[in-house]
Design a protein around this ligand. Structure first.
Ligand code: HEM
Length: 194
């Protein structure tokens, strides 16, 4: 079973979310048009982001291995480019949910995840502003469209983050009550023996 099913991100659910944030077909088309530009700048964006991120000790602690950093940069690159695809298919939603789970699993504090989205947003907007050569009205549409796409992603990432936490909490509670019941049984057993 895919994560889409696990999280009940049905077609109806997707349509409702997309409609409510006013993510229109023309927004997707404009982002799609900007993909070649992003292809050109994505590596520079990712590199600059990691220079800044790794200047902070808490996020740095997640990258003890050089190979992890290389892998994550490649994943990050693919994620950023996928913001500029004009199709919101199953794979698009799966990726977002998986990204949320990965960070929950490694215990990345939420503030770093959420603030990274804002950091990337500004970097991308700067590229679009200075390199896309769009008239101001189209520029505004592009910026708003990107904001909508990232908001959609944030919703999904936070949901998969939160649900995993809830599952871990509930497993912890189950473990506690099982341990308590076991202790009771051992105690009762001992009393019977005496
Ligand atoms: C906009 C926010 C972020 C996005 C979109 C993102 C994206 C991704 C993706 C796509 C992967 C999977 C890479 C793979 O295929 O293996 C990944 C893994 C990872 N990310 Fe992020 N990331 C974000 C923020 C962060 C931050 C702020 C940190 C650290 C402070 C971080 C640390 C990691 C680590 C350590 C892994 C590897 C986990 C593992 O497989 O062991 N990420 N991220």
């Amino acid at each position: 079973m895919g994560l889409i099913e696990t999280f009940h991100i049905t077609q109806r659910e997707r349509t409702e979310r997309i409609t409510f944030i006013h993510l229109r077909p023309e927004d997707l088309a404009l982002l799609g048009e900007l993909q070649p530009l992003m292809e050109k700048y994505v590596d520079a964006i990712v590199e600059a982001f990691y220079v800044e991120l790794l200047g902070h000790s808490e996020p740095r602690s997640f990258f003890a291995e050089e190979s992890t950093l290389r892998r994550v940069k490649a994943g990050q690159r693919a994620y950023l480019l996928s913001l500029f695809s004009d199709e919101l298919d199953d794979a698009h939603f799966e990726l977002r949910l998986r990204i949320g789970q990965v960070h929950e699993r490694i215990g990345l504090p939420l503030k770093w995840y959420v603030s990274s989205m804002a950091n990337f947003f500004e970097r991308i907007v700067t590229v679009i502003e200075f390199q896309a050569g769009l008239p101001s009205e189209r520029l505004l549409t592009a910026v708003l469209a990107l904001n909508k796409m990232m908001n959609l992603d944030l919703q999904l990432a936070l949901e998969s983050y939160a649900s995993l936490s809830a599952r871990v909490r509930s497993l912890g509670q189950q473990l506690q009550s099982t341990t308590a019941a076991l202790n009771q049984a051992v105690k009762a057993d001992k009393q019977n023996d005496e």
